[in-house]
Design a protein around this ligand. Structure first.
Ligand code: ATP
Ligand code: AMO
Length: 473
């Protein structure tokens, strides 16, 4: 067992306890010539330490030396937990703790050897807090933070975001495993494209062309044709879309699932709905501390999840938009045969929130033309499809639906989309050899994290984000 205490543990200890911990120097503030306050930071936690000159115990030189330490230095601290005098509670914390540490010994483990491009301490508070405290610190723009991402990731809010990021994967996997789904990992080298809308990245595969997978769509369907019944995958997805928006990355993590169903594709939708409820409630219960730390930097209201998720037909959604006075000039045609634009999605999200009070809802029965070739037609109206999108705070987080499982119909739809079935022979053979009725969906992990925490920009939800501007010199 480690002889070190964790900073979060120290923050909840009783007065008088002797502690030893390792942390970064987050902030240093002198009080007169004999006292300095040092704020220590470790992951989500910050805690104040106080070093006081004391005859025969802590020398004047020791205090001066400590005051001169660089921020971000990793130190080993020995001390005693005490209550700060009233009015001297730590003010630089992401969350205020009622205790501080009286520093008895301080050792440097390692410090920065070059000037930091910005100070973590200077960006770890909201705009509001910034204006009150430390107005002297230089403002740091987002670009500087992203080009120095390692330093940026040290922010307590970022530490919390990536725990929640892992939590989304954990809850997705946990729920699907409990429902008998098998976890798969499909190859990212592909022979052809999979999603009609998005562009593919071409790679040189021993001088033959290959493509990076735009989704595990073909592979997960082939697993159903191979009798695996229920599968899911968590893996990278590549899209060569030159979309410089707040919600598009060129590489993101896809949470995909595919399953056989008995009689209706709503069996798939029901599983997906229960999965999301499990995920959002699980995040709210198990990641409370992380959510609060994120809120310090990205203020937001908790997500509202109803016991019964509103399910609307696409045409009903368009009807609500039209009724609210939505016009073509507002961003997209309010037409039941066209896909929704981002602006229309958001407006519809507001309307659903006003009507049902929900931040999370389902839109079913999309127009066939707005969907990829593999989507099953609605047997009652072949201008529609058995497919759905799911929205969180008014933006798309999932696309899914029933797939065409009969070869002749699939081949016809491929030709109509300008795809030669022989160019995707391995895929088409899966159906020629008999495949059960099935459906599934795909979620963008970073979108879920961004919208759940209202981060405003998908880059905040990606460790080292890749977008169309990446690798530019
Ligand atoms: P899909 O699953 O359909 O790919 P998506 O969430 O990736 O969904 P897109 O289909 O790429 O999003 O786009 C959805 C909407 O977002 C489009 O209707 C379009 O209006 C908008 N959009 C996409 N790219 C851009 C862009 N570069 N600039 C502005 N809006 C865009
Ligand atoms: P789709 O193309 O809608 O569907 O993608 C599924 C989900 O992935 C997310 N997403 C993205 N996230 C970040 N950056 C992007 N550029 C990006 N593009 C999409 C969205 C979207 O809802 N094969 C189907 C899924 C299926 O039917 O199973 C597919 O890939 O959250």
């Amino acid at each position: 067992e480690s002889r070190l205490h964790s900073l979060i543990g120290v923050a909840s200890m009783n007065e008088g306890q002797h502690v030893t911990f390792q942390a970064r120097v987050h902030h240093i503030r002198p009080l007169g010539s004999k006292i300095i306050f040092m704020v220590f930071r470790s992951q989500l936690t910050t805690l104040q330490g106080v070093l006081t000159e004391e005859e025969g115990v802590i020398s004047h030189n020791m205090v001066r030396w400590a005051e001169g330490l660089n921020r971000e230095t990793i130190v080993l601290v020995k001390g005693v937990v005490q209550r700060p005098p009233d009015g001297q509670e730590e003010v630089h914390s992401t969350r205020v703790h009622n205790h501080e540490v009286k520093i008895q010994k301080l050792y440097v483990i390692v410090g920065p050897t070059s000037t930091l491009p910005f100070q973590v301490e200077g960006v770890s508070r909201t705009e509001e807090a910034d204006s009150k405290e430390d107005a002297h610190l230089p403002r740091v723009n987002q670009a500087t933070r992203f080009t120095n991402r390692v330093l940026d990731l040290r922010l307590p809010a970022n530490q919390a975001i990536f725990r929640i990021h892992a939590g989304v994967c954990l809850l997705f996997r946990e729920f699907l495993q409990s429902q008998g789904f098998l976890e798969i990992q499909s190859s990212k080298f592909q022979e052809s494209s999979t999603e009609s809308g998005a562009e593919v990245f071409k790679v040189d595969y021993f001088r033959r062309p290959a493509f990076l997978a735009q989704s595990p769509q073909l592979a997960k369907q082939m697993c159903i044709a191979a009798d695996m019944e229920r599968v899911f995958e968590i893996g990278p997805v590549f899209r060569a879309e030159n979309s410089n928006t707040h919600r598009h990355l060129t590489e993101f993590i896809g949470l995909d699932l595919e399953m056989q169903f008995e009689s209706h594709y709503h069996e798939v939708l029901d599983i997906i709905d229960r999965m999301f409820i499990h995920m959002f409630r699980g995040l709210q219960e198990r990641f409370r501390e992380e959510i609060e730390v994120v809120k310090v930097q990205f203020p937001h209201d908790d997500l509202v999840i109803l016991d019964e998720t509103p399910r609307l037909k696409f045409a009903e959604g368009i009807g609500m938009l039209k009724e609210s006075g939505w016009k073509e000039e507002d961003g997209s045609p309010a037409d039941e045969w066209d896909d929704l634009s981002t602006a229309a999605e958001r407006r519809l999200g507001q309307l659903v929130k006003e009507k049902y009070g929900a931040d999370y809802y389902i839109l079913d029965k999309f127009p066939l033309e707005a969907r990829p070739f593999y989507t099953m037609l609605d047997p009652e109206d072949d201008r529609l499809s058995n497919s759905f999108d799911i929205f969180l705070r008014g933006e798309e987080i999932l696309s899914g639906g029933q797939r065409i499982h009969v070869a002749p119909m699939l081949e016809e739809r491929m030709r109509a989309a300008g795809i030669d079935p022989e160019s995707m022979k391995d895929y088409v053979n899966g159906f020629r050899w008999g495949c059960p009725p099935h459906g599934g969906g795909g979620v963008g992990l970073e979108r879920v994290v961004m919208l759940f925490l209202k981060l405003g920009d998908i880059r905040h939800a990606s460790l080292f984000p890749r977008d169309p501007k990446s690798f530019a010199k």
